[in-house]
Design a protein around this ligand. Sequence first.
Ligand SMILES: Cc1ncc(COP(=O)(O)O)c(C=O)c1O
Length: 386
Amino acid sequence: MMGVTRRLPVTMVRGAGARLWDDGGREYLDFVGGWAVNVLGHAHPAMVDAITQQARTLIHTSNQVYTVPQVQLAGLLVNNSCLDRAFFCNSGAEAGEGAVKLARRYGKLRLNGAYEVITSTSSFHGRTLAMTAATGQQKFQEPYVPLPEGFVNVPYDDIDAIRKATGDRTCAVMLEPVQGEGGVNVPGDGYLKDVRSWCDQRGIVLILDEVQTGMGRTGTLFAYQQFGVEPDIMTLAKGLGGGMPIGAILAKEKFSVFAPGEHGTTFGGNPLACAAAHAVLKYVLDNGIVEHCSRIGKYLKDRLEGLKSKHDIIVDVRGRGLLLAMGFSADVAEQVVKRCLDEGLLLNMVKPNAVRFMPPLIITEGDVDEAMGIVDKVLSQLEIQA
Ligand SMILES: Cc1ncc(COP(=O)(O)O)c(C=O)c1O
């Protein structure tokens, strides 16, 4: 295998709920959730049943025909969001690519050929070449220059920067409502509303990348709902399939301008992935999972704040719902992640000086207490050694 990811020295073989087991039978509490994917945890019966039944019925067809799971999933998504049309793909990067193509198509048809997309620094939109250009982080871009043209990266949470960067060539602004990979950054009050008004004033498209924040993760089904704005185009992936690979572009009718043949996919929206995603979304909606996430997210944040008042090395606790980060005054995140693993807790280093918490949305207060006990112990040992 190519060494593209710094993996932890552990091989996982089984999961159930918020727990994972390695090949030696050791149990771990999973606060990474497959990088914000396993919204219902591991081996959830609703998902397992849907996948099993669909696998026995119909796994794949071409998109030359309709299938029931795809239509059902599209229906559930548009009925529970402000968007009207869905296109399914296989990943977050692919959803971002498609969203930019859609905005460019809109630019060609309605904005005199405008094609440029304004994105923000410290963002993350995926690993394809165009999404690398959209991702405003030097470390991801530098190894691959020259990158595709048509992207302008401006500082996040700075409406004036967006206003200044907007010109005749601009067709869209693309943002994460809360930045995930960039460090879990929540914008200031009013930023997204200001961006929305600016896009309306200029007649340009607002794309919200909810690949990480969607599916209840931040305490509302979609993060845009807590910022008082509606996107014109939204991307989803990660939690959408709860662990089955699937992505989606959702668009308002006015912006749904692809004509037949202008975009497409072989695997995107296949019945197996759509049946899984439909089962996940239906379970989330029918069982108060979003409300649970909001409640348990506050509980986790309070517990993290509690640790902050005890450990001087913690400088801040940030995020919404169950997308939270703890920032340190030194680059100790890698060490914290390794030591937590030794204690049976899986965590993510989001920056050298910050760890991220993005567990399954179904975790309990008991899970949080157990995880916080481990983090407390690890930080105490670090401080003794420092
Ligand atoms: C906000 C956001 N957009 C896009 C992506 C890319 O998704 P994928 O890895 O499925 O291509 C990610 C992945 O972390 C993400 O966090």
